[in-house]
Design a protein around this ligand. Sequence first.
Ligand SMILES: [Zn+2]
Length: 269
Amino acid sequence: MQRGSFPRKSREAQKQKQHHGSYPWRCVALGVLLLSAGAGSLSAEETPEKAALPPPLQVVVIDPGHGGKDGGMLVAKNRLEKDVVLAAALALKEELGRQANLQLYLTRTRDIAVTILERTTMANRQETDIFISLHLTTQTQTGGQVRIYINQTRELERPAGLQFSKMQASAYITPWYLAQNGQQGLSEQLAAVLLKSWREPDAVSGESELYQAPLVTPLSVLTGVRAPAVLVELPLPAGQALDDRRFEETIRIMSRRLARGLVQFLTHR
Ligand SMILES: [Zn+2]
């Protein structure tokens, strides 16, 4: 998607999506409707009540870190982090795309610079259910573990000496840069689900089974997001051993693990 062409999710579009789901499902639904109309009556399984209750649409914004002049870290075979996380974001979008009730956005789909504010704005304009920012680490640094960060809560900064009356305090609007504060509990839950699902049955051999807590640190890309938000550092094998085939396989496995965790979170929250 072109930068700046991010469509606003209108109420009407949301309503329409809640009724019909994504485009292919709309076609299927229309086909079923036409067939049913031709048959003259609906079977018990195809009552209008049931057909009118698809699961509500949920929105995931995937944020491939870096881009443009900001290449990020240099990884195996002289790959740049900005390219690897873009590949991972596209793979994750493909995995999640199998879920009919998800609307998926990427903050960039090619090698361009995107500011922190633009990334945050994209998340907030979409009434996002999950914001996930993708970065890299090396397996050597983490012992093969994924690292999942949530934003550290910031105190509301009030000019010295300024006192609020009760009425003023209740009308005080949270500044955008503190938006993530109100999401802290859900972000923590999201991080925990992702960490757990990362280690489930198809985990590659040799991975540690030790409990891993989410990491908490001030993160500018998460701080203004009004949705559960995490920053994930994907553990890429270091060195020259990662040929193209293994690289693609590694990206696919990692995106599948993330997709599984994201869906679990959206299903059970
Ligand atoms: Zn990074």
